[in-house]
Design a protein around this ligand. Sequence first.
Ligand code: ADP
Ligand code: MG
Length: 601
Amino acid sequence: MAGSIRLLPVHVANQIAAGEVVERPASVVKELIENALDADARTLRVDVVEGGRKRIEVQDDGIGMQRDDALMSIERQATSKIEDADDIARIATLGFRGEALAAIASVSRFQLLTCRRGETVGTEILMADGKLQDVRDVGAPPGTSVQVRDLFCNVPARRKFMRARATELSHIRTVFFWYALAYPACLMTLRVDGRETQRLPGGASLADRIRDLYGAELLASLRPLDWRGANIRIQGYVAPPAWSRGDRSEQYIFINQRPASAPVIGYALREAYALPDATRRPMVFLFIDLPVDQVDVNVHPTKREVRFRRTREVRDAVIEAVGAVVGARRVMRPDAPESGVSGTASAPAVPPPPVSQEWTLAMPPPVRPADRAATILTEPTADAAQRPADPPVATGAPAAPGGSCASPWAWYRLLGTIGDGRYLLLETDGGYVTLDPRAAHERVLFEKLMAQAEAGDPPVQPLLMPQSVKLSPRDAHTLRRHLPRLKALGFGIDDFGDDHFKVDALPAALGETACRALLVALVEDLARGGTRHEGARRWTEPIARAASRAAVSGRDVRSEAQRTRLIDDLAACRMPYTCPRGRPTMVFTSLRELDRKFGRD
Ligand code: ADP
Ligand code: MG
């Protein structure tokens, strides 16, 4: 079996390395775009056919290569970007490992055409199966063009893992978007199956790029940020808390202009936003710049994860910079002398944050005096005999109609709230209940949506002002596949092309819900897959779950009347104890448990 040890042929070693660097067509696009940007490209064209499976071409007007360098570039561990091990500690280029071209060439039919700036004769190199086929001098414009055909033609196992054209394309477009955000000065175009689908002018600002890629509506809802510390600069835009989601796909984070992240940044963003739900990830466009010797980029083969020399300094800077703009928390920095951060939050140079529906929706609505009056007038109507005399707050309500055994309590009274409305406290017949109003609200809405969907013809509320929402390539791809289902459930959502969707109606039960947050929530849950049910029912549940989550996020129940109504609605639910995502809506503490704890048993 195992024979004697021998060195692998070079093209086989390259193929193995390709396994790390080249996972799918989008990885090729990423490596080629990085090379072009490292070569000082001002114009960059990406051209893909059949989701990149058939052909990928990336062309730049950068510095180009001489014949010898071109031949070197396709060797493994050939790079012009570092010279010795010390350089690894101060990498300022996107690439440095010197393995991308060799790896890509080993799993495709590969052509490199390159010409130094200022020269007229360039070099063409052809490779197949990782082996050199031909090298010749050719007339060429300055710059470099790399063409990759029939990716994985010689690696059947990999080829099988490639997905449908639309899926691979959405990955490619995601990569293109990331680098377009990082390099707004560069003119970038994307051609898909012969049609130019994206043309981004050069010399642009980050705001221009966000507008071109995600639409003016999205840009208008963002808040700008520009923060400087002793060592760190943080710039960019942050989105309203209600747009947060369960994954990191909309945290556009760049460290020294490289799309990358580190766990500490995710943590700092959660702190800065102070979101009630710790699993949510706010949407941000964040450029973090710090001295190159403070960042270790050589942690991961695709370089997406970095490590900081001084983690705390980065954490504190992000919390302070983002926290000041989001305004969700009072920024306190009691013990950071060692970290040496001394920054100033956005100066007047930054325009005042635009007022958008999303940011205002996220604020708790004021308590209206009318609500209070209604509360005080509420009279107990049942179980009066069982109530303790003289309740501190004159609210209360009977249990579910007909005394359904599903109701968690026979009677209750609202004692008040703790944590600034975060939890409600109820005395009940058996003890006391701590209730999470958001989770409760989600449960109530979810059951309403499910009941209406199952009844067949859900009441639909047309929007007075139809809204246009532009999604990321990945999200748009998911949503598109589910539009007919959503229509059947009362969502008036239309595909307007180029990842734009128009929302003109919603299931009436949702009330006023921010459309972008809603679409993103739908995408998140739909991407996770359907239930085990057959047919249309398979998707009703994820859709209702996402919609109720979006409708609740950024909204608060503040008045006593709203709270009482919510408690009653929850008690009438079929499954009142958990929210649709399976978290508890309430925690019950029995009198017996209290007695035991106080040693009364
Ligand atoms: P790395 O980018 O890590 O150095 P690559 O295999 O991606 O490794 O590229 C090898 C070398 O080829 C680079 O260091 C660079 O000198 C050269 N090169 C690759 N692409 C280009 C390009 N588009 N323009 C100019 N030089 C390039
Ligand atoms: Mg490279």
